[in-house]
Design a protein around this ligand. Structure first.
Ligand SMILES: [Zn+2]
Ligand SMILES: [Zn+2]
Length: 383
């Protein structure tokens, strides 16, 4: 609501706020010491590469952030479920997590263009999480060759546990093709289940509103979970603007330079804006409950979590280092995750309602995923 009011306020002043990259975000990318001095370290700046950006981390409208579930099966596809696979739209970013077998076709059905992917994250190299990678890379190469606009295609970072690099290499070169994919391997140490690596923290910055971090999970093989964070920012407050007598084109000037001299004195962006918490989303696949999972899930708006088993099969979950629906919901609840999406189901169950009921005993906002489901990231927390 506040966002809408801000947008209206700014539009009224003749300077529409752009929706994503330009005004949203970062707390660390400053355009220079001048702004830092001016704003006393309070205002957060957009991280626009290659040019200076206005201070403010300000936003004007709802952004497009959602999870698109491409598949939900663990281990082997079934008649009703493809191998698990997830795409996340996050403003102008499109991140693919764990492309299991069939991802290329599921992406077509979901309206996801492989050519538009901006990153791929692989949690580990069990087949249900990566057998679709050859198809994704080869499709990317094909699209790059046929785009015909003469521009150099964008690189595609592929982030994965470093201990599995040999599998990445095999998948990438699985068949004959002309590799114009511009896939860039980004191996990140995960350690072993017994000796997890130190949490690597931020592993990729995808523009100003999507920072990807990783943490080791506790599966049977080296595994990473991931998290996307939008850094905290600020939003303009029309009432404060009015109180300071800033209107019309002056709003644009204030945003552009971080301050404005008015007849009653200097006004800074801080004085006419309020903190705006960043949004976040975590992907926790194939793990027993562990510290890394909690760290990733802490305070996220949307947690996508494996729940291979029901709790009646806890012994199996423990043996294969997976989670039950109850464990996933407990994790979400303890970590303060707002909405929980359950996925990666064992083929032994055919009633999704059982997962919903079990998880509902520990968390109030649970979505049981099915193939091609889209889940919005919940509206921003109020500051
Ligand atoms: Zn799996
Ligand atoms: Zn696995």
């Amino acid at each position: 609501m506040t966002e809408r009011r801000s947008a209206v306020g700014v539009r009224r002043c003749g300077r529409p706020l752009r929706r994503s990259a330009s005004y949203e975000c970062p707390s660390v990318h400053r355009t220079g010491p001048d702004e830092a001095d001016r704003t006393d370290g309070q205002v957060v700046f957009p991280a626009r590469r290659g040019r200076s950006a206005p201070p403010g981390g300000l936003t004007g409208g709802m952004s497009g952030r959602q999870l698109i579930v491409l598949g939900t099966a663990s281990q082997a596809p079934t008649r009703h479920r493809h191998h698990n696979s997830y795409a996340v739209r996050w403003d102008d970013q499109l991140v693919l997590f764990d492309p299991g077998e069939g991802t290329q076709r599921q992406a077509i059905l979901a309206g996801i263009a492989i050519a538009r992917l901006t990153a791929v994250c692989i949690t580990h190299f069990h087949g249900d999480h990566c057998l679709g990678l050859p198809g994704v890379i080869q499709r990317r190469a094909l699209d790059n060759r046929s785009s015909g606009d003469g521009r150099e295609p964008e690189p595609l970072p592929v982030i994965f546990p470093a201990e599995g690099e040999v599998y990445f290499d095999r998948l990438r070169t699985a068949t004959i093709f002309h590799d114009t994919s511009r896939a860039v391997p980004r191996p990140v140490p995960a350690g072993t289940p017994e000796r997890p690596a130190a949490p690597p923290g931020v592993v990729a910055e995808l523009g100003p509103s999507a920072r990807i971090s990783a943490a080791p999970l506790s599966h049977r093989v080296p595994t990473l979970g991931y998290r996307i964070d939008e850094p905290d920012g600020r939003r303009l407050d029309p009432a404060l603007l009015a109180r300071c007598g800033v209107a019309g084109p002056d709003v644009g000037r204030l945003v552009a330079q971080g301050w404005l001299d008015t007849p009653t004195g200097r006004v800074t962006v801080d004085e006419v804006s309020r903190p705006r918490p960043g949004q976040s989303l975590a992907v926790v696949m194939d793990t027993a409950p562990c510290e890394g999972a909690e760290e990733l899930a802490r305070g996220v708006d949307l947690l996508v979590c494996e729940s291979t088993f029901l709790h009646r099969d806890l012994e199996l979950a423990q043996r294969f280092r997976h989670m039950t629906a109850l464990q996933a919901a407990t994790l979400a609840s303890r970590a303060g995750a707002r909405r929980l999406v359950l996925t990666h189901f064992s083929a032994r169950y055919d009633d999704p309602e059982l997962f919903a009921r079990e998880a509902a005993t520990a968390h109030s906002d649970v979505v049981v995923a099915h193939d091609l489901l889209t889940v919005d990231v919940p509206p921003r927390r109020s500051s």
